[in-house]
Design a protein around this ligand. Structure first.
Ligand code: NAD
Length: 265
């Protein structure tokens, strides 16, 4: 295991579960000191027990600016800086456009888009104060590019996260702060449990994914850490699809019409 984050302080918003937790674990393995903020305090306590030193869990709701500001301040007070940040918290209240209540729209967009804005605002302010640059990675979704039935609020918010990432890259570049987005496809986490509990729904997903399987959270964490690391020192404003080639599978499957591959190895 490399130690690309030794001596660095990382903040992970939504770090108690799924992709956020995989990012927390990998950062910790790679030497970082990590503050994870989340609304799920019980889960954070378990992470604290698992990781021990160089980890702090903190209750914070990313839709409340005071909470986000406090999480960044806590990392700075306790560990001295914020060098890298990950905005991961997300969920949705789905519904068809004609059915969706205003409050459901607001829940999803506030959490998935405003939460990322608030994170970026306070993470970048702290990095600018430090004058040492920094990196921010936002977790968007393949749904930033691909709509889904009942997903208008989520899809709009994730497209917004991708655009916001580019705006951040533009505004923060002169301060040495890079901002990038990861766009995962289907990942096996508590968020998607309902698809995994329904074999027909899972099969409908997998049929679209050329790699023929969903991702595990660690397979999203690894490219997210790449973007945050010095290995990506000239990458900013980028959207990295991590989707098992799902996004390139929109064309009809022509294999039945073309016949088999002739090369036989
Ligand atoms: N799982 C997938 O297939 C998938 C695909 C594409 C994108 N994503 C995105 O990845 C991110 C992580 O999702 P996941 O699948 O790991 O889900 P998850 O449910 O396992 O984790 C989400 C975490 O966010 C936290 N959270 C929820 N609301 C919060 C709030 N208001 N403030 C702070 N924390 C809050 C939850 O407590 C949880 O710990 C989300 O933004 C999601 O939209 C997931």
């Amino acid at each position: 295991m490399e130690h690309r984050f030794r001596g660095k302080v990382a903040v992970v918003m939504g770090g108690a579960s799924g992709i956020g937790l995989a990012i927390v674990r990998r950062l910790h393995q790679e030497g970082a000191t990590v503050l994870a903020a989340d609304v799920n305090l019980d889960a954070l306590k378990d992470v604290e027990t698992e990781l021990g030193a160089r980890f702090l869990g903190m209750m914070a709701d990313v839709t409340h600016e005071a909470h986000v500001e406090a999480a960044v301040a806590a990392a700075t007070d306790r560990f001295g800086s914020v060098d890298t940040a990950f905005n991961v918290a997300g969920a949705s209240r789905p519904g068809y456009i004609v059915d969706l209540a205003e409050a459901e729209w607001d829940f999803t967009v506030d959490l998935c888009l405003k939460g990322v804005f608030l994170g970026m605002k306070h993470q970048a302010r702290q990095m600018m104060r430090q004058k040492t640059g920094g990196t921010i990675v936002n977790i968007a979704s393949l749904n930033a590019h691909v709509p889904m039935h009942g997903g208008s609020a989520y899809v709009s918010a994730k497209a917004g996260v991708e655009a916001l990432t580019k705006n951040g890259a533009l505004e923060f570049a002169e301060h040495g702060i890079r901002v990038n987005a990861v766009l995962p496809g289907l990942v096996q986490t508590p968020l998607t449990r309902r698809h995994f509990d329904n074999p027909d729904a899972l099969a409908a997903f997998v049929e679209r994914i050329p790699m023929g399987r969903p991702a595990q959270p660690e397979e999203i964490a690894a490219p997210a850490l790449f973007l945050a690391s010095a290995d990506a020192s000239y990458v900013s404003g980028a959207s990295l699809l991590v989707d098992g080639a799902w996004a390139v599978s929109g064309y009809p499957d022509m294999r039945p019409f073309r016949g088999p591959v002739r090369w036989n190895g």
